[in-house]
Ligand binder design. Structure first.
Ligand code: FAS
Ligand code: PHB
Length: 391
């Protein structure tokens, strides 16, 4: 098989890149090791930054997001039994969309198929070769056969556990990592959200987040110790813990409960690979970087990477000019490190150490009270959360 751009992974990064390239008249082939149903069902992110929502609309795949998603003009911080709203438009002139990553993946797969795009599902990339030549290739297995995809460029959008990152020469890359001593236990529940906007709750018992997927489906998360087995958490225990962590003084707010339909535990890590390119192999999305989901940046970073890469590949295809391709890694990493810091900052601000001395807990409370009192401090959070346009 031969294609100008070989893409590994049909997650949001690989799919959006293929879609953007198609709009520039550039062919690509996506190799995806899982089947379509798995890719469309995998519970992941829920917040779409202002700029990413705009890019989805501008490229013709934002209609269902605008019909079925929610425009959110703020979030609520809960701490010390009180609530404080961060008003995004007032502080930044921007907002965010709540529209699940599963739905973005469905929309992009449907659009690629409608446009005649080539997505090979259940096709696992096993090796990426000759990346220091002008004819790199991807070995893959599909339908029980070994095959080779000959390309001009390869873009690994294959997530944290893919083959892309490990195909960069070890003496070329540098990785940076921070592992947190806690994870998130996430649930989907068939119950209407108990709030109109997301609630990020700081409490002595640990962090909790109330998000949503629709008017009848809630998405909630609990900070739990690393290594937590979801089987140790009954529905009753989950709801009791969530209620305790969202509690407000005066008690005039109640968390609505309902049947839990999905439970998962996600470890928390910060991770960055530098550079995000070597020779004719590029990394994009989780293949290159991971953020703790507290800042809702993972999906959005992946989309920004491929927006940059699509523009660079279009310039190369039109004129042979590779300057934007040569600048890709440095340009992408500026946004990556900004998102890494914001995600680390939100995580450190809101997650508590139940066995802690209380010193860190009081520092967190002091900062949260400062954000509630200072427009400048609130603006810093709002700017990063809604997505900084130019970095
Ligand atoms: P993805 O991991 O989404 O996609 C990679 C694709 O490559 C997968 O389909 C995989 O099957 C495929 N692949 C891997 N190896 C392959 C191979 N060898 N050959 C072919 N295909 C291969 N972000 C948020 O903003 N908010 C959240 O709440 C949030 N929750 C998350 C929960 C979990 C459990 C995880 C793991 C991540 C979460 N994230 C969240 C981050 C997540 O949304 C990612 O940032 C986003 O999926 C990144 O998209 P991609 O880079 O496309 O990678
Ligand atoms: C989600 O809706 O899944 C979600 C929202 C905000 C976050 C993380 C996850 O920070």
């Amino acid at each position: 098989m031969r294609t100008p751009i070989g893409i590994i992974g049909a997650g949001p990064a690989g799919l959006f890149l293929s879609h953007l390239l198609h709009r520039q008249g550039i062919d690509s082939v996506i190799l995806e090791r899982r089947d379509r149903s798995y890719c469309e069902r995998r519970q992941r992110a829920g917040v779409v930054e202002h700029g990413v929502a705009e890019a989805l609309r501008a490229s013709g795949v934002g209609a269902r997001m605008d019909r079925e998603g929610f425009v959110h003009n703020g979030i609520e911080l809960r701490f010390d039994g009180q609530a404080h709203r961060i008003d995004f438009p007032d502080l930044t002139g921007r907002n965010v969309m709540i529209y699940a990553q599963t739905e973005i993946v469905k929309d992009l797969i449907a659009q690629r198929i409608a446009d005649g795009g080539q997505i090979l599902f259940e096709a696992e990339a096993t090796a990426i070769e000759d990346i220091e030549t002008d004819h790199p290739r991807v070995r893959f297995t599909h339908a029980g056969r070994e095959d080779i995809l000959e390309c001009a460029y390869v873009v690994a959008c294959d997530g944290f556990h893919g083959v892309g990152r490990s195909s960069l020469p070890a003496d070329v890359i540098q990785t940076f990592e921070k592992v947190y001593p806690f994870s998130w236990l996430g649930i989907l529940a068939d119950v209407a959200p108990s709030c109109d906007e997301l609630i990020y709750a700081h409490s002595e018992r640990g962090f909790a987040l109330h998000s949503m997927r629709s008017e009848s489906v809630s998405r909630l998360y609990l900070q739990v110790p690393t290594g937590t087995d979801p089987k140790d958490w009954s529905d009753a225990r989950i709801w009791a813990e969530l209620s305790a962590r969202f509690r407000l003084r005066g008690g005039d707010w109640e968390l609505q409960q309902g049947p839990i339909t999905d439970t998962s535990v996600t470890p928390m890590r910060s991770f960055v690979t530098e550079p995000m390119r070597h020779g004719r192999l590029f990394l994009a999305g989780d293949a290159a970087h991971i953020v703790p989901p507290t800042g809702a940046k993972g999906l959005n970073l992946a989309m920004h990477d491929v927006m940059l890469l699509a523009e660079a590949l279009a310039a190369w295809r039109a004129t042979g000019d590779t300057k934007l391709l040569d600048d890709y890694s440095a340009t992408a990493l500026r946004r990556v490190w900004r998102a890494e810091h914001f995600s680390y900052w939100m995580t450190s601000l809101l997650h508590t150490d139940p066995d802690g001395t209380g010193f860190d807990y009081r520092l967190q409370l002091s900062y949260l009270e400062h954000i509630a009192a200072s427009q400048a401090a609130a603006a810093q959070l709002a700017e990063n959360y809604t997505g900084i346009p130019q970095i």
